[in-house]
Design a protein around this ligand. Structure first.
Ligand code: HEM
Length: 394
């Protein structure tokens, strides 16, 4: 296997953040012909890894494939976060936030919090008989939920949302990403100082007073945590919920089945995570020279581990491009795998479930407005850009 160099533009005909509609034929070709390939990107040379088995092997083996790669990637704007930490340090820091996002928290008051926010937004368009569910619901509600959990004034969530999205666009627009990182610090620092003086019952207070091995987190550590959590909570779940709705409304037989049996919503969400993984790749670096599917990769190289391609690998899934509510293997890698498995997965699943149930309850005969365009788009992150729908009046 050679390591011939190409660029993301040559491969996909666009940049990493541009609205690419269908990267899957390219991923199929790469899986068949060059499952590990060196690609020139705006952030330097990346090796794209596209087969399920390789992706799983890499994510399972944190010693050989270090997540420290994130320090050179998203860490340049987020600061030092648990994404790049390893071993005991990673576990200790991850444990600080775990109680806020674990199964117990999801059973306590979170269903009520999410339900209140979702229904409040649906109230605003339910009488209209038509809506864009991305603009009017899915884009907005996860950020409001995160703002509530963190303890940011909900009236400020618009500003936070903009900053969170600008932050993670750093690969495409570095000045905008760095500006957002600075703006977030300016915005969050007084809030953090206020919680240090007067703790409340929120995640910001918990972080502001958290200790690791007897030492309180520094201001920079608290701010880095927040610069990770804001986009992690805002950018991902909105994409999952939008793609679930797209899958539901594009496949009338799926809609009928889920409408008749709401327990199928769990399968709908899991199959959507596989079929249109909201986060398409994660970063790792080998700690020694390695060979991946016959391709030599030097120690310290940047790996783009493409979970979105792994989840469509025909070597692992029968008819991977088909949306199948009854698929037997639900072992997708959309939340990652191993030590860094998504810390917010329970929240993401709860949010998607609450939003889907609320829409099915409140918008009878929900259907896509076929007179308007709507596609799932994106390369690094994917979801529908719009979801124009029609429904009967309740
Ligand atoms: C559908 C929604 C989501 C998807 C697809 C998703 C995806 C992922 C993936 C793939 C990783 C692994 C990164 C790696 O291995 O390098 C990850 C980690 C993480 N996610 Fe999520 N995520 C979602 C929602 C959320 C939410 C709602 C939160 C809110 C707290 C969150 C917080 C995190 C954190 C803190 C990590 C880092 C975990 C660690 O390094 O130990 N995610 N996520």
């Amino acid at each position: 296997m050679t390591t011939s160099m190409t660029t993301t533009n040559t491969l996909f005909g666009g940049s990493m953040m541009s609205p690419i509609v269908d990267p899957y034929p390219v991923y199929k070709r790469l899986r068949d012909e060059q499952p590990a390939i060196a690609v020139n990107t705006m952030m330097g040379v990346n090796y794209m890894i596209t087969r399920f088995d390789d992706v799983l092997t890499i994510l399972k083996d944190g010693k050989t494939f270090s997540s420290h790669a994130n320090a050179r990637g998203i860490g340049i704007v987020m600061g030092r976060t648990i994404l790049e930490m390893e071993g005991k340090e990673h576990v200790r820091h991850r444990n600080i936030i775990a109680p806020f996002f674990g199964p117990r928290a999801m059973k306590a008051d979170m269903p009520e919090v999410v339900g209140r926010i979702v229904h409040g937004l649906i109230d605003q368009f339910a009488p209209d008989g038509a809506a864009d569910l991305v603009q009017q619901l899915t884009f907005t509600f996860p950020m409001q939920v995160m703002a509530t959990i963190i303890g940011i004034p909900v009236s400020d969530y618009h500003a936070f949302h903009r900053m969170a999205l600008d932050l993670i666009s750093v690969g495409d627009d570095p000045p905008r990403g760095f500006q957002a990182a600075n703006d977030l610090v300016a915005f969050l620092t007084p809030l953090m100082e206020h919680r240090r003086a007067e703790p409340a019952n929120d995640l910001l207070s918990k972080l502001a007073h958290a200790e690791v091995e007897g030492a309180r987190l520094t201001g920079e550590e608290v701010l880095s945590f927040l610069r990770l959590l804001l986009p992690a909570g805002a950018e991902t779940t909105y994409r999952l919920t939008g793609s679930c709705l797209y899958a539901l409304l594009e496949h009338p037989e799926v809609y009928e089945e889920v409408r008749a049996d709401r327990t199928a919503i769990g399968a709908l969400i899991q199959e959507t995570l596989r079929w249109e993984s909201p986060v398409q790749f994660v970063s790792r670096e080998p700690t020694a020279d390695v060979e991946i599917s016959g391709c030599p990769v030097p120690a310290g190289a940047m790996l783009s581990v493409v979970v979105g391609s792994a989840n469509r690998d025909e070597r692992h899934y029968a008819e991977p491009d088909r949306f199948d509510l009854h698929r037997e293997n639900d072992d997708h890698l959309a939340f990652g795998f191993g030590e860094h498995f998504c810390a917010g997965s329970h929240l993401a699943l709860l949010e998607a479930r609450v939003a889907l149930n609320a829409l099915l309850d409140r918008l009878p005969n929900l259907r896509l407005d076929r007179s308007r365009e709507c596609h799932v788009v994106g390369l690094a992150f994917r979801s529908p850009d719009h979801l124009p729908v029609l429904f009967d009046h309740a």
